[in-house]
Design a protein around this ligand. Structure first.
Ligand SMILES: *[C@@H]1O[C@H](CO)[C@@H](O)[C@H](O)[C@H]1NC(C)=O
Ligand SMILES: *[C@@H]1O[C@H](CO)[C@@H](O)[C@H](O)[C@H]1NC(C)=O
Ligand SMILES: *[C@@H]1O[C@H](CO)[C@@H](O)[C@H](O)[C@H]1NC(C)=O
Ligand SMILES: [Zn+2]
Length: 299
């Protein structure tokens, strides 16, 4: 015990100036008394409110080292997107044109809350696994799936994800634009969707209410209280504001839907369209997952 005290006082002193060292040495006397009086082990009655909780998404043992590293990286991208989306709303509230575009007249707190759950919520009991336990990964275009009724807190990530999903550093690159790009083009935004499907995060209400970009903008006008809990809207908003604030500051890469582009050739600003465009299927690869009711969902 004496050795411990002496070592810690050395560590303390080494970071102080000459003058402060004198005071540091005096502190040793005080510290020694404190340590001797303190019980050697914590009291068995100690209550640790955070015991068993973790902010990190648990990655299952079925993931090999490569999968684990790439998944950890993708999850960290999801956190960066969600954290910035939250910060943008905290900073600008509903005066943000992005906020108005995606969430209309809805109050901001629910939006902040979903992103905060992704960043700071307890992830214990969740598993992201790599063993294709439900035998779905062979299906064309499957990057992973929520396990639904087989294990509501679990998500399978298929090998396709590791070879196709882009890192957040590539946001606005590769010709990607928010209005026309795939929500799963970036691993981080794909994983935001998968996280929202997990009951302890999405609470069964952050769900699918509108899917295409045009439909999400329409939802902001027609049903703002659903827009704030629409999983695709939460993905689009996070991508759009990260692109504009961080990736290409003051510029971003919102782009325009084919409908917007033909309607109005001169508009450089993203504008919410109230016109109901038929939900066109996005081009490129598909992403599928199965929902609780067994419904297979491909985007
Ligand atoms: C924005 O929020 C304020 C309250 O902070 C509210 O009075 C106002 O109506 C909101 N504006 C819109 C367009 O929702
Ligand atoms: C649940 O497990 C069954 C049997 O293994 C499988 O057929 C089904 O597709 C699984 N459900 C999901 C959502 O993967
Ligand atoms: C780990 O998983 C990746 C992606 O699923 C796979 O390509 C690779 O061969 C695996 N590595 C080992 C050592 O099994
Ligand atoms: Zn979904």
């Amino acid at each position: 015990m004496r050795t411990n005290v002496f070592l810690s006082s050395l560590a303390l002193s080494s970071s102080l100036t000459e003058a402060a060292k004198l005071r540091g040495r005096q502190d040793v006397v005080t510290v020694t008394h404190t340590v001797i009086e303190a019980p050697a082990t914590p009291t068995p009655y100690a209550y640790d409110w955070a015991a068993g909780a973790t902010k990190d998404v648990p990655i299952h043992n079925s993931c090999n080292a490569t999968e684990r590293a790439l998944l950890r990286r993708g999850l960290s991208d999801a956190i960066k997107l969600a954290e910035h989306a939250k910060d943008h709303v905290l900073r600008f509230g509903n005066s943000s044109e992005f906020y108005a575009k995606y969430f209309g007249s809805a109050p901001t707190a629910e939006v902040i809350g979903w992103y905060d759950k992704i960043v700071n919520g307890d992830k214990s009991g969740i598993w992201f696994r790599c063993d294709d336990i439900d035998g779905n990964c062979h299906q064309d275009g499957w990057g992973g799936h929520w396990r639904g009724e087989n294990a509501t807190q679990e998500t399978v990530i298929c090998p396709l994800s590791y070879t196709t999903r882009q890192p957040i550093e590539g946001l606005c690159g590769f010709g990607y634009q928010v209005a026309t790009g795939e929500l799963n083009f970036y691993f981080g935004s794909d994983l935001i969707h998968r996280l929202l499907h997990i009951p302890s995060i999405g609470e069964g209400v952050a769900e699918h209410y509108a899917d295409s970009y045009a439909d999400c903008l329409e939802l902001a006008v027609s049903d703002p209280e659903l827009a704030v809990r629409n999983s695709h809207t939460l993905q689009y908003f996070a991508l759009d504001v990260y692109a504009y604030d961080i990736a290409l500051p003051g510029e971003g890469c919102t782009g325009r839907t084919p409908e917007e582009a033909s309607d109005e050739d001169s508009s450089p600003e993203p504008t919410a369209t109230t016109e109901t465009a038929p939900s066109t299927t996005q081009t490129g690869g598909t992403e599928c997952h199965t929902h609780a009711d067994g419904e297979e969902h491909c985007v």
